[in-house]
Design a protein around this ligand. Structure first.
Ligand code: COA
Length: 267
């Protein structure tokens, strides 16, 4: 499928999804939000795809935020709907996606851009990356999950400072904060993302999907994460992958996991 604002590259079990509006620093307009949802729906159903790498086209920006030109004249209801729809279609959808999503932050990740990166399961960054939530400089607050995910990742005090000042941090500080796991040169960013994705594909995608659900449960109100872990741990014992993984270990051979994550389960 071709997109107006995205570029999708498939190679083996790895999908690379580029936000592709480089002239607008990949700012997220409504059409891009809709296409992102469509793309992830396709990737969910595609049994050949195990891991998704999310990045921005060009060398300047991952995503420089929600498209300010689109929401500048919104009223209260339109603003509320913008945040609600975006969270449902893209940000929560990606956070709960049953296949691993890695954000490769290749430049500015601001506002909705940092929120998009934070929806991914983990992040790596190039050394030119600049990350921040500048919404208060526009008279709004982060609306795509930033007030929730940033404190989860960096701690409340750092999140408060970043959101109040609206300032940007560089890649090394982001690593120091735990916001990104690795920093590399821009040239090495996608190769590193692919290396990590490749390593993930050696493991059971069914188990990884169950682990994503259990880890996310820790951050959901009214959900007992320890109980989700017990349930998903137990369910693992009924999977072909568990038989394969344990038999491979006991027979001193490499596991060959065949099954893919269930495509019927929506995030
Ligand atoms: N929404 C809409 N358009 C955006 C955008 C956004 N969030 N971020 C960048 N753009 C557009 C610019 O308007 C410009 O378009 P133009 O060439 O048609 O004028 C183009 O992308 C290039 O951006 P420019 O500002 O010229 O690049 P720069 O290198 O001088 O500055 C930034 C880069 C990221 C510092 C600057 O673009 C910026 O501050 N963007 C907004 C960041 C923001 O507040 N995001 C949160 C939104 S909630």
């Amino acid at each position: 499928m071709t997109f107006e604002n995205l570029k999708l590259e498939l190679s083996g079990k790895i999908a690379k999804l580029f936000i592709n509006r480089p002239k607008k620093l990949n700012a997220l307009n409504r059409a891009t939000i809709d296409e992102l949802h469509q793309a992830f729906e396709i990737l969910l159903k595609d049994e050949d795809v195990a891991v998704i790498i999310l990045t921005g086209s060009g060398e300047k920006a991952f995503v420089a935020g929600a498209d300010i030109s689109e929401f500048a004249d919104y009223d209260v209801k339109e603003g509320t709907d913008l945040a609600a729809k975006g969270q449902e279609l893209v940000f929560d959808y990606i956070a709960n996606f049953p296949k691993p999503v890695i954000a490769a932050v290749n430049g500015f990740a601001l506002g909705g851009g940092l929120e998009l990166a934070m929806s991914a399961h983990f992040r790596i960054a190039s050394d030119n990356a600049r990350l921040g939530l500048p919404e208060t400089s526009l008279g709004v607050i982060p609306g795509y999950g930033g007030t929730q995910r940033l404190p989860q990742l960096v701690g409340k005090g750092r999140a408060m400072e970043m959101i109040m000042t609206g300032g940007m941090i560089n890649a090394e500080t982001a690593k120091d904060y735990g916001l990104v796991n690795h920093v590399t040169t821009i040239e090495e960013l996608l190769p590193l993302a692919e290396k990590l994705a490749q390593k993930i594909t050696n493991n059971s995608m069914v188990a990884i999907s169950a682990a994503i659900e259990a880890i996310n449960a820790n951050y959901k109100d009214g959900v007992d994460g320890f109980n989700i872990e017990i349930q998903n741990f137990g369910k693992s014992f009924g999977t072909e992958d568990f038989q394969e993984g344990t038999q491979a270990f006991l027979n001193k051979r490499k596991a060959n996991f065949k099954s893919y994550v269930s495509t019927t389960k929506t995030p």
